[in-house]
Design a protein around this ligand. Structure first.
Ligand SMILES: [Mn+2]
Length: 394
């Protein structure tokens, strides 16, 4: 008899508890309850379950596009194009004006095919479906019209539309006539996908990049030079490490495009992985990934950490880039900004990864076809050395 009472009271406690739990559950489910709102907020604060990158032994990954349709014409498949004798004179003149043979560039289709220079594993990577949206920011100053537009064509053609929020062209005060109205007219074909903003005075590449990042509307900013051709499925591999960790900055592997013939060819030997380093005196160099790091990687095509990068082409979470203070506004035109940003990324808990499955062709110019304009008058000595000194001191 005496034992029955505590048991009964335990039953009462149990019933009361269940009632409270059921009541709470109903409150949370009820649409106009404030508790429901709180629980949603809480869910937002919790780290969401993130999809990971997977290697598929059989079949292609989710973003892998179908094979290219064969095309015939000058420069197709990334082959060298040589001008007929009647145009060679004009060609040489354009090289002295642009550092690039623009007559060759003008002869080649905007959407030509280029060879797929990736590691063969690259087709088999399965990427998270919900990768961040991207603004591709392209800064230009008196760039050749067809090299600039071929960059945009390749980005539009070779990026999954749902991940490409926009291409943002930022004109650093060009004075060439075909970069004014003809450019406005040309990009109209892409509607709001391609946006053009113009500086009211010369700012230099570095500051103009920061302007681009501030004006961009995608979650990730991806900087490209104005004379590039992005390769097959280049975008998802750059976004996946940022999706995993927003403090990771990613760098594609650069292929070379010849400034005289527009031949597209890899800079690095097949199957090798290089990364950016610097020597005393701020000399940028690249060396092969050390064997102990290479051997520890299950897939040679996976991204790997790198101390720094060459500067022109990289992707970074937009808000993280702005949190880092973007580029030092005291740096002029270009030179040293790659180190400045790399040091800030590493010192602020982030990292840099090179991404072998993302390949971007870049025209290496014979010489720099523009001057630093008024910006150079403000400083004594070469701008680049000044920048290096500033990166070390600031
Ligand atoms: Mn360049």
């Amino acid at each position: 008899m005496r034992l029955g009472i505590p048991r009964r009271s335990r039953l009462v406690v149990l019933l009361v508890c269940s009632a409270v739990v059921i009541l709470l559950f109903l409150l949370i489910r009820s649409p106009d309850s404030t508790l429901r709102y709180d629980s949603l907020t809480f869910a937002k604060l919790r780290p969401a379950v993130r999809e990971t990158v997977k290697f598929l032994e059989d079949g292609n990954g989710n973003f892998e596009p179908p094979a290219d349709t064969p095309k015939i014409g000058p420069g197709e498949d990334g082959k060298a194009y040589h001008l007929p004798p009647s145009q060679q004179n004009e060609g040489s003149h354009s090289v002295s004006e642009y550092g690039i043979n623009m007559i060759v560039s003008d002869s080649i289709a905007m959407d030509r095919n280029i060879p797929d220079t990736r590691h063969e594993e690259c087709a088999h990577w399965q990427y998270p479906a919900a990768l961040p949206t991207t603004s591709v920011v392209i800064v230009f100053h008196n760039e050749g019209f067809s090299t600039l537009m071929r960059t945009v064509h390749s980005v539009i053609n070779r990026s999954p539309p749902q991940l490409l929020h926009e291409v943002l062209l930022v004109d650093d005060f060009s004075d060439k006539a075909n970069l004014k109205e003809p450019l406005d007219d040309y990009i109209r074909r892409w509607g709001s996908k391609v946006r053009l903003i113009r500086n009211k005075e010369r700012e230099g590449l570095i500051r103009t990049r920061t302007i681009g990042a501030e004006q961009a509307r995608g979650e990730v900013v991806l900087f490209l030079d104005a004379h590039c051709e992005v390769n097959k499925n280049w975008l998802p591999p750059l976004l996946a490490p940022i999706y995993r960790d927003r403090t990771t900055m990613t760098v594609p592997v650069i292929d070379g495009i010849d400034h005289e013939t527009f031949e597209y060819r890899p800079v690095y030997g097949p199957g090798t992985n290089y990364r950016g380093i610097f020597e005393w005196g701020m000399l940028y160099k690249e060396t092969e990934l050390p064997p102990e790091m290479e051997n520890a990687r299950p897939h040679s095509s996976s991204p790997y950490k790198s101390p720094t990068h060459a500067g022109g082409l990289f992707a970074i979470d937009r808000s993280y880039f702005l949190e880092l203070g973007a580029y030092d506004p005291g740096l002029l035109v270009w030179g040293g900004e790659n180190f400045e940003l790399s040091f800030k990324v590493w010192q602020c808990g982030g990292s840099i990864e090179w991404v072998p499955c993302s390949r971007v062709g870049h025209v290496y110019r014979g010489f720099m076809p523009y001057n630093f304009g008024k910006l150079a008058e403000k400083k004594k000595g070469p701008i680049i050395t000044n920048n290096y000194k500033r990166v070390i001191e600031v």
